[in-house]
Design a protein around this ligand. Structure first.
Ligand code: ADP
Length: 447
């Protein structure tokens, strides 16, 4: 097992990884920017190294500085968390070339899954159902028109390099195709330096359902059931549930087995998530994330499996500590992403937290790195914590959510807590009856 792990991240996920390491007797090294000197991930780690100025490109994305930090401190592995360098195949290769273990999949799998066109081809071959779409990239308006005509409108133009909902444009009819194509290409070029795009059938009211998997290097693959992440704003997840209120045991078992077999075939190592859209009883693959996800705790709560611990174990060459038969689902879990934002306009609200008290008690977990007196810097993601509730039933979860949101006390900045308080009173939410556009429609209607 590793003796020392460098955590190449910040915020709540750096703490989450630190906690897993400590429980395994592993020392931790934090890296941080000059804006994060007083951050909790730095305060808790056994050692810390400043890797650069506030801008992510100069610090949390600064590969030479991070590798140097690992070498100077003698870390034998690097955990990238999510975001930042977690899906950078080149980084994984560089880490490995320095005889340091990258806690994640093989670089080749990160690379293939990071290109959505290549990913669709790879998982399609392994038996995973796909969204009907163009056969690879479209290179001209003519090609796009032909593909769209075969698929049927509306269609979605998507960037091969896409992420975070960028480089994605809907064309309702052929008249909109030219503009959708050029906007998606321009957006993708600006954000990812690559303008390859492809076309997919636009599903009108699907749910977003994703399956968590984890695999070791001894050929064992387990699927840990699904998360329903349909409540989104601007393609960003806002609230997630495990398991999905929309699946029955049979559908769950079927898709889980398809995914498990596909991952076995691909020969993947570590934790990953296969994301699907789900409409009229059918699953359509959209992408694979080759890393730990923000919403992993709800899977941990319903399976009693510590995903970060397992990730570290399999990266060190050990076997998964459970088999597929051991995976049993208990009750329900919900996560709310609490952002430092105005709950109505969603404008970021960085600044000093003057007073803070986290909710707690039975069935409540608050994963966060903030504290009273902490100043949220303006340079990074606005998520400041994840309120995770769990219980035997979905009803109990919602009751716990309601009382823990009321307990949440944080002053000095705005948070999205009031949004969740309103959301959990909505009959559609209470009935579990929503799709990927529901939240935006509700926000538009309730303003
Ligand atoms: P990103 O990598 O940018 O997050 P994804 O492919 O994961 O892109 O898609 C993000 C979200 O965009 C999905 O959760 C869904 O809301 C929407 N989306 C993606 N593909 C489609 C599609 N074919 N039809 C309808 N909505 C889609």
């Amino acid at each position: 097992m590793f003796e020392k792990v460098l955590i190449a991240n910040r915020g709540e996920i750096a703490l989450r990884i630190h906690r897993a390491c400590k429980e395994m007797g592993i020392a931790t090294v934090a890296v941080h920017s000059t804006a994060d000197e007083g951050a909790m991930h730095v305060r808790l780690a056994d050692e810390s190294v400043c890797v650069g100025p506030p801008a992510p490109k100069d610090s949390y994305l600064n590969i030479p500085a991070i590798i140097s930090a690992a070498e100077i401190t003698g870390a034998d592995a690097i955990h990238p968390g999510y975001g930042f360098l977690s899906e950078n195949a080149r980084f994984a290769e560089i880490v490995t070339a320095h005889n340091i273990t990258f806690i994640g999949p093989q670089a080749e799998h990160i690379r293939v899954m990071g290109d959505k066109i290549a990913a669709k081809e790879a998982v399609g071959k392994a038996g995973i159902p796909l969204v009907p779409g163009s056969d690879g990239a479209v290179h001209s308006l003519e090609e796009a028109k032909q593909a769209a005509a075969e698929i049927g409108y509306p269609v979605l133009v998507k960037a091969a390099a896409g992420g975070g909902g960028r480089g994605m444009k809907v064309a309702m009819t052929e008249a909109h195709l030219s503009e959708a194509l050029s906007t998606a290409k321009a957006e993708s070029k600006a954000a990812f330096g690559d303008d390859a795009v492809y076309i997919e059938k636009y599903l009108s009211t699907p749910r977003h359902i994703e399956i968590q998997i984890i695999a070791d290097s001894h050929g064992n693959v387990a699927q840990l059931g699904e998360r329903d992440c349909s409540l989104q704003r601007r393609h960003q997840k806002v609230l997630e549930e495990a398991l999905s209120p929309a699946l029955d045991a049979k559908a769950r078992e079927e898709i889980g087995e398809i995914v498990r077999k596909a991952i076995e075939k691909i020969g993947y190592l570590g934790a990953g998530t296969i994301e699907f859209l789900y409409e009229d009883g059918a699953f359509y693959f959209i992408e694979m994330n080759t890393r730990l996800q923000v919403e992993h705790p709800i899977t941990e709560q319903v399976t009693n499996i510590d995903l970060v611990r397992e990730q570290i174990k399999v990266a060190a060459g050990a076997k998964l500590s459970f088999s597929q038969e051991d995976v049993k689902f208990h009750g329900h879990a919900i996560e709310c992403r609490v952002n430092a934002e105005d709950p109505e306009t969603f404008r970021p609200s960085p600044g000093k937290i003057t007073d803070f008290h986290a909710p707690g008690g039975p069935g409540v977990r608050f994963d966060s790195a903030v504290y009273t007196g902490y100043t949220i810097p303006p340079f990074y993601d606005s998520m400041i914590g994840k309120l995770i509730v769990f219980g035997d039933t979905r009803e109990l979860c919602i009751a716990r959510l309601k009382r823990s949101l009321a307990e949440f006390a944080l002053t000095g900045i705005d948070t999205t807590v009031p949004l969740f308080m309103r959301l959990i009173e909505e009959p559609d939410f209470l009935a579990g009856d929503y799709h990927i556009h529901w939240l935006e429609e509700w926000l538009a209607g309730s303003q």
